[in-house]
Design a protein around this ligand. Structure first.
Ligand code: AMP
Ligand code: MG
Length: 763
């Protein structure tokens, strides 16, 4: 065995040259092996002849009629305002200094698709290259969200037959820029690639290096100028090598230099059967390993074949309607990764809590200056529930709870729900007018408050008939001042046993409302989100399981009661027999909180990343499970807690606190937001509500058990955010989160950012 190594600089030979070079080698070797001189003669033209001819033909750039001036003028116009860099779905940040290392992923188009492509090309009076170009453009448009797509393509650059047998560098790169308005059909896009290519071929002689000098785009070492994607269709024939007495083959591994000149190159080579019929197209994607993972590139190949199939099958379809996902990927993103069904006890919170009380009546429910057992908390809640019933509050009536964080506030939450009413937490620090507004917006029948705030609130509520409600017909809500000695006495005198359905005025069902919590209103006026008991039960079950909360756990109650995170802290603790440790109102992260966590040996805490970033793990040895929630978690903050069970939990109020959770994070890499929790489904959709594939940015929609009923008194907004779930057979709804996310290849979600409500995104 022998290896012949031919090492050539690209400046001396291009791909086309391999044909004449290997033919010459074969001819000369054969002659020499038989003892003759090489029969190869002089060619009609040499490279120098070509160079001289080209120089003359181009003429002077200053001469407006010269070929050179015309080509320069053409390219200046064609590339005017072209995007500097395509926003490709990169796996990694573009390094300032690229390594230029490259690798390959292969894909294939079958004979049937190949045949259909050729047929469509004939019908459209286009070449197969133009059809493939249109498909690549449509694909890149969907991947980048742009409708101005420049890509590069090589042309042989041998304008005369007399140059065919020459070894030399003739090849040129043409930037093909396709730009359009609106949403063309595939057939229209092919007409566009056709005119683009024909015009470019007419001006193909200007060498690329010269073109770059003339167009003078912003130069950066980090990306290729004018285009970062190349389409190479048909390529060059495999060079022939016939050496007598030897079996010779060209070792592709040796010819693959492991480099990538641009970010991504599509290579397609047509195959013909013996009888000349189309036998399929071999595809390969060469990619920069600095930027892409193999899996991402493999998927791009699959997407191109899906898109081509859809496009040649229905060329009148708009290009944004062309499917990019093959059946297995669609199955993954819609079904497989949403296979979260789990039997959970979905009874209303009071029933679940009362059962826990029966299991562990003497366990400590709330730890603080004085400890409160499950039985004590339950009795207080029952007395309050009876008191509310006596005031007339009942099924789905809203009761505002304007109390500081305290055992009383917890008893109030439970008591309101036990009465069959709906809990509305209100920050007692809000101005009386704002509280009045909340009460009015929700038609609350009662407000629980303390004597300190009562007089102002009473005044504000009494005044509302004059300036607020249009007819003044609604009843003024009862104000229950729970620290008023007479009220305390009345409540204390009521029985502490669990309420019967009769006392409640009917059975409490899971589809009844549990609470109303107002969103922060960062996107306009605050909206009251109505959450049902079924959602709360599903959330608690999922959290207790995932956070491993049990009777030995101590759960920090950190969140403000007017945020729904507090509901989740309370539910996970009180439905699992754990203890709640209340953060006193106003206690910020610092020595006080650290001391509280240590004194009560808190094991579980749900904290915003901003707080996780300032706590010192060394001072919080008892914390075993941390839940990061509420905003994006950085790799750095996650890294601080790498020796604990840290889970990133994501969710809007409208999906009952939490929609997705990560696995315990490992401490390296950008933390994801994980997968949908039990009985929850998530969809990442484009502007036309079509699922996008792995790696593509889309808007997150959530469907399933946690979906809120809607916004109090805001039917139109509710209808615009809670829309029909097109992937559910049972006519379910899904919530449009306004968050941008993308799937990772392993089915985990990555948070990308909030969608500015003003900006409509696609793809
Ligand atoms: P809210 O309804 O007030 O709880 O706000 C929910 C919003 O907070 C979501 O729509 C996200 O924009 C953001 N958010 C919540 N949790 C996370 C998280 N783990 N990572 C990133 N953003 C989050
Ligand atoms: Mg929240």
């Amino acid at each position: 065995e022998w290896v012949l190594l031919l090492l050539l600089h690209h400046i001396a030979a291009d791909g086309w040259s391999m044909g004449p070079l290997f033919r010459d080698l074969s001819t000369a070797y054969t002659a020499r092996a038989e003892g003759h001189a090489s029969p190869l003669g002089q060619l009609p033209a040499q490279y120098a002849d070509f160079a001289v001819w080209q120089q003359q033909w181009f003429g002077a750039e200053e001469d407006p009629d010269s070929a050179l001036a015309r080509q320069v003028a053409y390219w200046r116009t064609a590339l005017d305002g072209a995007p500097e860099e395509l926003n490709l779905p990169l796996d990694r940040m573009r390094p300032a200094a690229p390594s230029n290392r490259g690798a390959w992923e292969e894909f294939a188009l079958d004979a049937e698709l190949h045949g259909a492509l050729l047929q469509f090309a004939r019908d459209a009076n286009a070449t197969p290259f133009m059809v493939v170009h249109a498909a690549v453009v449509a694909l890149l448009s969907q991947l980048t969200g742009s409708s101005d797509i420049p890509i590069g393509t090589p042309v042989a650059g041998r304008p005369d037959e007399s140059l065919d047998e020459l070894v030399g560098f003739f090849v040129n790169q043409l930037p093909l820029r396709v730009k359009w308005d609106g949403d063309p059909t595939f057939r229209e896009l092919v007409q566009l690639t056709r005119t683009t290519a024909l015009a470019a071929y007419d001006h193909q002689d200007l060498p690329f290096e010269r073109l770059v000098e003339i167009v003078n785009p912003h130069r950066s070492a980090s990306h290729h100028p004018l285009f970062q994607v190349v389409l190479n269709f048909d390529g060059t024939e495999r060079p022939p090598l016939t050496l007598p007495h030897l079996t010779a083959h060209i070792d592709e591994d040796l010819t693959d230099a492991g480099t990538a000149k641009v970010d991504l190159s599509f290579h397609l080579r047509e195959r013909q059967a013996e009888d000349g019929t189309p036998a399929g197209i071999d595809g390969a994607l060469e990619y920069a390993v600095d930027l892409f993972d193999p899996e991402t590139v493999r998927r791009i190949g699959v997407r191109l074949s899906c898109l081509l199939r859809a496009a040649v099958g229905a060329p009148e379809r708009r290009i944004t309607d062309l499917d990019l996902l093959d059946a297995p990927e669609l199955e993954s993103v819609v079904r497989l990764w949403n296979d979260t069904g789990q039997e959970v006890d979905s009874r209303p919170l009071p029933a679940l809590f009362e059962e826990q009380v029966r299991r562990t009546p003497q366990a400590i429910a709330v730890r603080g200056a004085v400890d409160t057992t499950y039985a004590q908390l339950n009795e207080r809640a029952n007395r309050l529930a009876r008191h509310l019933r006596a005031l007339g509050g009942g099924r789905e009536d809203v009761v505002a709870v304007a109390l500081p964080r305290s055992v009383d506030a917890l008893a109030a939450l439970l008591g309101v729900m036990k009465a069959g009413a709906v809990y509305l937490p209100v920050d007692p620090g809000l101005p009386a007018a704002r509280i009045t507004q909340l009460v009015q917006d929700t038609d609350a029948v009662a407000v629980l408050t303390l004597s300190g705030s009562a007089p102002l609130l009473e005044k504000a509520l009494a005044a509302r008939g004059h300036d607020g409600s249009p007819d003044g017909a609604e009843a003024v809500p009862s104000i229950v001042v729970i620290d008023d000695p007479r009220t305390e006495e009345t409540i204390a005198a009521r029985p502490g046993s669990d309420l019967t359905d009769d006392e409640r005025g009917g059975r409490l069902t899971s589809s009844q409302l549990a609470y109303v919590i107002f969103t922060s209103g960062s996107t306009g006026t605050p909206k009251g989100v109505m959450v049902e008991h079924s959602g709360l039960a599903a959330l608690a079950a999922a959290q207790i399981d995932r956070f491993q909360v049990d009777a030995a756990s101590r759960v920090l109650q950190f969140a403000s009661l007017s945020f729904d995170a507090s509901v989740s802290e309370i539910a996970m603790a009180l439905l699992s027999g754990a203890s709640l440790v209340l953060r006193p109102d106003g206690m910020l992260p610092g020595p006080g909180l650290t001391e509280l966590i240590a004194r009560h040996e808190v094991t579980h805490a749900t904290l915003p990343p901003a707080v996780l970033g300032v706590l010192d793990p060394a001072e919080h040895g008892t914390l075993r499970t941390l839940i990061a929630a509420g905003e994006a978690l950085s790799e750095k903050t996650a890294g601080i807690w790498s020796d604990r069970r840290l889970i990133n939990a994501y969710g809007p109020t409208e999906t009952t606190v939490c929609a997705t959770m990560s696995r315990p994070l490992t401490g390296t890499g950008q933390p994801g937001i994980g997968r949908p929790i039990w009985n929850t489904r998530v969809y990442v959709l484009d502007g036309g509500l079509r699922p996008v594939g792995v790696g593509m940015v889309g808007e997150l929609y959530v469907s399933g058990a946690g979906l809120a009923r809607g916004y109090v008194g805001r039917a139109a907004v509710t209808a615009s955010r809670f829309v029909a779930d097109p992937f559910s057979a049972e006519g379910a709804r899904m919530y449009r989160t306004g968050d941008q996310v993308r799937w990772r290849a392993d089915g985990q979600l990555e948070f990308v950012g909030r969608i500015d409500d003003q900006v409509k995104i696609r793809g």
